[in-house]
Design a protein around this ligand. Structure first.
Ligand code: FES
Length: 153
């Protein structure tokens, strides 16, 4: 994992660098800590309030630690009519967490999104960056079990 100072140093000291820097920190650490936000604010010479508002405005950023694996379930209308509710319930049951929660062991975070742009494949979930389409609750159960096993090893 890259140090925050190194990440910041890779970008020009300019307000335009704020979002790319926050993205890189989010990518590396899975969230933006208060300490990291302060460091970005100081090094870019931007008001702390401004950096916080950018970090809270975009939902790609998280101020809370996320799990090592991010599971996203599409709840857009096309996926919804094809049963995404049942998919979400199955994942919640399997991981023992609710939407927008992270498992106590820090392995999984569960989120919902509105449309992933692949409606014909619905219902869809994305595990990290991998799309899984045409899901049924039993397939989901199998996929999550595999993820649990692979993530452990
Ligand atoms: S509604 Fe789910 S991908 Fe579009």
């Amino acid at each position: 994992m890259k140090e925050i100072g190194k990440i910041i140093a890779e970008f020009p000291k300019s307000p335009e660098s704020l979002i790319p820097i926050l993205q890189e920190i989010q990518e590396q650490y899975n969230y933006l800590s208060e300490e990291n936000i302060k460091e970005v604010s100081e090094k870019l010479d931007l008001p702390l309030q401004h950096v916080f508002s950018v970090a809270t405005f975009y939902n790609v950023f998280s101020l809370r630690p996320k799990g090592r694996n991010i599971v996203k379930v599409c709840m857009g209308s096309a996926c919804h009519v094809r049963g995404s509710n049942r998919i979400l319930e199955e994942i919640e049951r399997k991981l023992n967490i609710k939407n927008n929660e992270t498992s106590a062991d820090g392995r999984f975070s569960l989120e919902t999104v509105n449309c992933l742009g692949a409606c014909a494949l619905g219902p869809i979930m994305v595990v990290n960056k991998e799309f899984k389409g045409h899901l049924t609750p039993s397939e989901v159960s199998k996929l999550i079990s595999q993820e649990l096993i692979e993530e452990k090893s």
